[in-house]
Design a protein around this ligand. Structure first.
Ligand code: DGP
Length: 112
């Protein structure tokens, strides 16, 4: 069970900003931007490279909800970034797929 499964099961606390049958969204405990929210599937897909064709519904849902959550957080005009880290070189640290929504400051490209 990952730390994110424990958040889904309410075994550890999190600042939850959105929830439905398929996904949960909560504030990142180590924010790297003024707004930093994680959107996770309730089903444990370890990382995007391990998603299966059957997961297309939840993957699309994550993106749609990320846009809605970013708008609700007031980021529509200023902009925001969506990030998925997959594997060691990308800095993935929790083996439960998560989409970072980051905004509230100007960001460099390419990322470090
Ligand atoms: P990544 O590096 O892409 O695997 O990002 C994992 C993120 O998860 C990282 O930004 C910190 C966040 N995180 C790790 N543990 C917890 C936790 O217990 N609660 C919350 N809210 N966020 C966590």
């Amino acid at each position: 069970m990952t730390i994110f499964d424990k958040i889904i099961a309410r075994q550890i606390p999190a600042n939850i900003v959105y929830e439905d049958d398929l996904v949960l969204a909560f504030k990142d405990v180590k924010p790297a931007a003024p707004t930093h929210i994680l959107v996770i599937p309730k089903k444990c897909i370890p990382r995007i490279a391990e998603a299966q064709p059957d997961d297309h519904k939840v993957l699309g849902h994550m993106l749609l909800k990320a846009g809605e959550i970013a708008k609700k957080a007031g980021l529509e005009q200023s902009g925001f970034r969506l990030v998925i880290n997959n594997g060691p070189d990308a800095g993935e640290s929790v083996p439960h797929l998560h989409l970072h929504i980051m905004g509230g400051r100007s960001m460099a490209w390419p990322p470090g």
